[in-house]
Design a protein around this ligand. Structure first.
Ligand code: AHM
Ligand code: MG
Length: 332
């Protein structure tokens, strides 16, 4: 069987559909290369001395792990000289990172969560990188924070890398969802999952149950029904998984269905949720929709939300259509 590398896949997509402009293709290749370097560091772990705390905090006031900082630096460095970007924004940085004046600039904006699920890194559980690509508004030489504040429906590409038992890269640029597995010997991403589809129905859900008492009534009602199983109004038994790495959770849903939830929490009434709209909600919603699933904040499509800030939070309900539609309807 002939193997299709990421490069070949992207070139063929460009030829066949014309939906992938050459500069976007090169940008995706650069991000994929950076993810390979991050995978290498993550996989080395203690052997490279990369585990543990960095001793710094990020803009959200969260303690950074060494690998949060390493992954962020790898993505910045790899993408800075590629020539396809106007600026980058990261969950780990307060302000957008401009492309230095002496380097060529391009028309795209790249946003990323360099190491999602990093609380898992020291215990050797899957983590990942999430990214989103927007187009910079025309005629703006030096993109500003305002230029990033576009609804997720304007994304031209999104993806994640999952550093798990296998390193995988999952991508969409609005023509379906494709998965690649890293061949470590060859150092090449190889196409292994074509046209990934989220099954419409499921018996599996993912939520951090320890927060139950802080949820809003519609979420309490929905989870109560799932827990009631066969004897409850939904008439079937459900199973629960919680990895605490959104990337691993979304990947599981893409492969075998399910519903992932991170709802609003009464402990922080001023925040709509824990996860970040621009680095987590939007890219994952784009991928899930492209795979036939649904992604809402309980009230509306995540991709329709007009962001007001780079680090804005969002409640997330995503995955199999039937379940996400049900929990969203309970919010009405
Ligand atoms: P991070 O980007 O700081 O790693 O936080 C996001 C992660 C998600 O991957 C995961 O779904 C969630 O936080 C887990 O939260 P909790 O620790 O509350 O279960
Ligand atoms: Mg994250």
């Amino acid at each position: 069987m002939s193997r299709i590398s990421l490069s070949r896949f992207l070139i063929e997509e460009q030829r066949q559909h014309g939906a992938l402009p050459p500069d976007l293709r090169l940008l995706i290749e650069t991000v994929a290369r950076a993810c390979k370097a991050i995978a290498h560091s993550v996989n080395k772990g203690a052997l490279a001395g990369v585990l543990g705390e960095a001793g710094t905090g990020n803009v959200q006031g969260e303690a950074q792990k060494k690998l949060d900082v390493i992954a962020n630096d790898i993505l910045l460095e790899a993408n800075e000289w590629g020539g396809n970007l106007g600026a980058m924004a990261s969950e780990e940085m307060e302000l957008p990172h401009s492309i230095p004046d002496h380097m060529p600039r391009g028309r795209y904006l790249l946003l990323f969560d360099p190491l999602d699920g990093s609380s898992n890194i020291d215990v050797n559980i899957s983590v990942g990188t999430i990214f989103s690509v927007l187009e910079a508004p025309e005629g703006n030489e030096q993109p500003t924070e305002q230029d990033f504040l576009q609804p997720g429906s304007r994304q031209v590409a999104a993806g994640y890398a999952l550093y798990g038992p296998q390193n995988m890269l999952v991508l969409t640029f609005g023509q379906g969802v494709y998965g690649f597995t890293l061949d470590r010997e060859l150092g090449s991403w190889v196409l292994t999952n074509t046209r990934m589809q989220v099954p419409e129905t499921t018996k599996e859900f993912a939520i951090n149950m320890s927060n139950q008492r802080h949820w809003e009534a519609p979420v309490k009602r929905y989870i109560g029904e799932l827990l009631a199983g066969q004897e409850g109004p939904l008439g079937k038994d459900y199973n629960m998984r919680w990895v605490a790495s959104m990337v691993a959770e979304v990947h599981r849903i893409l492969v075998r269905g399910g519903v992932f939830m991170y709802p609003k929490d009464a402990r922080e009434p001023s925040k709509p949720g824990k996860l970040r709209l621009m680095y987590e909600g939007n890219p994952m919603a784009f991928i899930i929709e492209q795979a036939g699933g649904v992604a809402t904040n309980g009230h509306q499509r995540i991709l329709d939300i007009q962001p007001n800030g780079l680090h804005e939070r969002v409640a997330v309900f995503l995955g199999s259509r039937e379940e996400v539609e049900r929990v969203t309807a309970y919010h009405a």
